[in-house]
Design a protein around this ligand. Structure first.
Ligand SMILES: Nc1ncnc2c1ncn2[C@@H]1O[C@H](COP(=O)(O)OP(=O)(O)OP(=O)(O)O)[C@@H](O)[C@H]1O
Length: 582
C-alpha cells in the first residue's frame, strides 16, 4: 500500500484536480467519481472566505441531514465555527428553499413551519371509506407546466397503502381530491413539507412580483450557492436552480450522475448533464478515487454507463479479489445461508474478511431492500401509532442507541400522549406545547419516563398502554375525552434481531458512507443477467449496486444465488477483475 504521505504521480494529479475544483469560479459543474473527496473540495472552498464582498456568505446545500452535519463538523474541526453561521447557510435543499424562497412570503400567523414529512403530525385523509395518513401518498411535481403540475404518485404507494386503496370503493379521483383537500387544510394551518416548499418556490420564482421581493436579498446575501450530491436533484429542483442561475445567483454543482439513485423522485442522470452543460462549457472533473482499491474501482466500472475506464485508485494498491459467496436466501430477514457450507452467510463473510485483516466492525452489509437485511431496529415511516410506540419503547430500552433515535422516540410518545390529553387540538407536539406554554424539556421528560413505564410490547399490548396512559400524570391543560386518542390495534413487534456485529443498512441510506469491507446481497433471480445486459443510464438498480460497491475501501463481496455464481465469475473475469468464489 502506498504510504499516506507519499506523493505519487497519481496522487499529485488527483490533488491538482481537487485544487482546480476548489478554485474554479462559479457557475460551474464538478463531476466527481466515487471517493473523489467531494466533501473535502466543498469544505476547502468554503474555508476560503467568499471573495466577492465582505458581508456576503456561501450556501452549502445537501440532500440529507447527515451530509449537512458532516459539513458543519468539518468547518468546526478546522476552527472555523464562524463559517456555519449567518451570512453563511449550511443545510438541506428543503430548508434552503423554505428559508429563502417560501417563508418570507408566508403570513406570520399561523406560524409557517417546515416538516420533515407529514408523518411528523397527525394528518389523516378522512371522509372516504378508510382513514389513511397523508404521508402515505407520495406526490410529484411536473415543472414543465405553469403553474407546475402536482399529482399523487399512485405507482409509488407502498404495499400496505396500495392494498387499502384497492379495497376502497372510492375512485382514485375521489381519493386524490380528498388528499389534496387534506393537504390544503394543513397548509392553511401553517404546515408544509419539502414537496410544498418546492412547489411554492417554483411558483414564487415564476411570479414577477414575488421574485422581485425574494431575489434581491438572496443575491446580496450569497456570493455562491454550492449543491452537493447534485445527481439527486429532481426535475423540479433543477427548474428552481435554473431560475436562480438565470437571476444571476452563482451556482456550483458537485455530483456523480452514475450515483443517481432517486429516479422515483424525478432525478435522472441525463437531466443533470444537460443542466450542467448550460451552466458552464467546461467542467472540472474529479477522477481520482481516494477511497477504494484498484480492484474495487474496476468492479464499479462494470456497473457504469458507457464502458468508461475505471477511476484511478489514488492511495491504495492492494489486490484483494472480489469475493463471490453463493447463497441460499431466506424469504425475508437475515437468516441467509452460505450455500457450500450451510453456515450463516454473515458468519462466513465475517471469517473471510478476517483473512484479509478486515474486522467485522469495519464491515458494512447492504442490500436494495430492508427485507433482505438482518433485522434492523428502525421505525418504519408508514406504521400505525401503536407500532411506532412499540418501536419507541424498544428504542429507549436499548443500550447505545443514537441521540437522534432517542429524540424520535420521545416525539412519538409525546404525539401519542398529546392525542389523548388534547384531543381537540391539531398539529404536532411543538404547536400544542406552544399553545399550552409547556416547556420542551418538561414534555420530553414526561414522554421519556412514560416510555420507560411501559411493559415490553407484545400482541396484547394495546390495553396495557391504554391503562398506562390513563394513569400517567397529565400536563397542564389536558382535557381527555373518553377513548379519543387511544392508539388502537396490535403492534408490529420487531423480530428477534440477528446480530452480525456489522453495520447494516439499505444502499439508499449509505450515501457518502464508507467501510473497509462491504457485502452486497443480491437475492433476486436474474441479477447477473441484469448486471451483464442492463444499461445503468436507464436502470436505477444497477446504479444502486454501483453506490453499494463503491462504499468499500479494500474488500468487496457479493452474495448471490448459487446458480448465478458462475455467470458473474465469467463476467468479472472477462473484465480482468480478480475474483475468489468461496
Ligand atoms: N486530498 C485528500 N487527501 C487525503 N484523503 C482524501 C483527500 N480527499 C479525499 N480523501 C479521503 O477519501 C475518502 C472519500 O472522500 P469523500 O467521502 O469526500 O468522497 P466523496 O466524493 O463524497 O465520495 P462518494 O460520492 O463516493 O460518497 C475519504 O476517506 C476522504 O477522507
Amino acid at each position: 500500500m502506498t504510504g499516506p504521505g507519499q506523493v505519487t504521480p497519481v496522487r499529485a494529479r488527483a490533488e491538482a484536480q481537487q485544487q482546480a475544483a476548489v478554485a474554479v469560479p462559479a457557475p460551474a459543474f464538478i463531476p466527481a467519481c466515487p471517493g473523489a473527496g467531494k466533501t473535502h473540495v466543498i469544505t476547502s472552498r468554503h474555508l476560503q472566505l467568499p471573495r466577492r464582498r465582505l458581508r456576503q456568505g456561501r450556501a452549502l446545500i445537501s440532500f440529507t441531514r447527515v451530509a449537512r452535519d458532516q459539513m458543519i463538523r468539518r468547518c468546526r474541526k478546522t476552527g472555523r465555527a464562524d463559517l456555519v453561521q449567518a451570512p453563511h447557510f449550511i443545510g438541506t435543499l428543503d430548508s434552503f428553499l423554505w428559508e429563502f424562497l417560501v417563508k418570507p412570503l408566508r403570513a406570520a400567523d399561523p406560524v409557517p413551519r417546515l416538516l420533515e414529512s407529514w408523518a411528523s403530525i397527525k394528518a389523516p385523509v378522512e371522509d372516504v371509506d378508510r382513514v389513511i395518513s397523508l404521508h402515505r401518498f407520495p406526490m410529484t411535481i411536473d415543472p414543465s407546466q405553469n403553474p407546475a403540475g402536482e399529482a399523487v404518485a399512485w405507482d409509488k404507494l407502498r404495499y400496505e397503502t396500495r392494498q387499502l386503496i384497492e379495497a376502497s370503493s372510492y375512485s382514485r379521483r375521489a381519493w386524490e381530491k380528498r388528499i389534496f383537500d387534506t393537504r390544503k387544510s394543513w397548509c392553511e394551518q401553517g404546515y408544509h413539507t419539502g414537496h410544498e416548499a418546492r412547489f411554492l418556490a417554483l411558483w414564487n420564482l415564476r411570479n414577477a412580483k414575488a421574485a422581485a421581493t425574494l431575489l434581491p436579498p438572496l443575491l446580496s446575501r450569497f456570493s455562491e450557492v454550492m449543491v452537493d450530491e447534485a445527481q439527486d436533484c429532481s426535475a423540479a429542483d433543477l427548474a428552481i436552480l435554473q431560475l436562480l442561475h438565470n437571476a444571476g445567483l452563482p451556482l456550483v454543482l458537485v455530483g456523480d450522475p452514475d450515483q443517481a439513485i432517486y429516479a422515483w423522485r424525478g432525478a435522472e442522470p441525463q437531466a443533470l448533464r444537460s443542466f450542467a452543460a448550460g451552466l458552464s462549457p467546461t467542467t472540472h472533473p474529479l477522477t481520482g478515487n481516494w477511497r477504494s482499491s484498484p480492484v474495487i474501482c474496476g468492479l464499479a466500472a462494470t456497473l457504469r454507463t458507457g464502458q468508461s475506464p475505471p477511476d484511478t485508485s489514488v492511495v491504495r494498491d492492494d489486490a484483494t479479489p472480489v469475493l463471490l459467496l453463493p447463497a441460499r436466501f431466506a424469504a425475508s430477514g437475515g437468516r441467509h445461508l452460505h450455500a457450500p457450507s450451510g453456515a450463516s452467510l454473515f458468519d462466513t463473510f465475517g471469517a473471510l474478511a478476517k483473512e484479509y485483516a478486515v474486522q467485522a466492525q469495519d464491515c458494512l452489509v447492504t442490500a436494495f431492500k430492508y427485507a433482505t437485511l438482518p433485522g434492523i431496529n428502525r421505525e418504519k415511516p408508514d406504521t400505525s401509532a401503536i407500532s411506532s410506540l412499540a418501536w419507541a419503547r424498544t428504542t429507549v430500552n436499548t443500550p447505545g442507541v443514537s441521540g437522534e433515535d432517542l429524540a424520535r422516540a420521545c416525539l412519538i410518545a409525546a404525539r401519542v400522549l398529546f392525542g389523548y390529553w388534547y384531543p381537540e387540538q391539531v398539529g404536532g407536539p411543538d404547536r400544542i406545547s406552544a399553545a399550552h406554554g409547556l416547556p420542551a424539556n418538561q414534555v420530553n421528560r414526561s414522554a421519556f419516563a412514560f416510555l420507560h413505564s411501559l411493559p415490553p410490547p407484545h400482541k396484547k399490548w394495546g390495553p396495557q398502554v391504554w391503562q398506562a396512559m390513563k394513569a400517567w400524570p397529565p400536563l397542564p391543560g389536558a382535557a381527555p375525552q373518553g377513548k379519543k386518542g387511544l392508539p388502537a390495534g396490535v403492534p408490529t413487534v420487531a423480530r428477534r434481531q440477528v446480530t452480525t456485529g456489522m453495520r447494516t443498512n439499505i444502499v439508499h441510506q449509505l450515501k457518502g458512507d464508507e467501510a473497509d469491507g462491504v457485502l452486497l446481497l443480491l437475492p433476486d433471480a436474474g441479477s447477473v443477467q441484469r448486471w451483464a445486459t442492463g444499461d445503468p443510464a436507464t436502470d436505477e438498480v444497477l446504479r444502486v449496486w454501483y453506490v453499494a460497491v463503491t462504499r468499500a475501501r479494500r474488500l468487496a463481496a457479493i452474495a448471490l444465488l448459487e446458480e448465478e455464481t458462475d455467470a458473474l465469475t465469467r463476467l468479472l473475469t472477462e473484465r480482468q477483475i480478480p475474483v475468489r468464489v468461496v
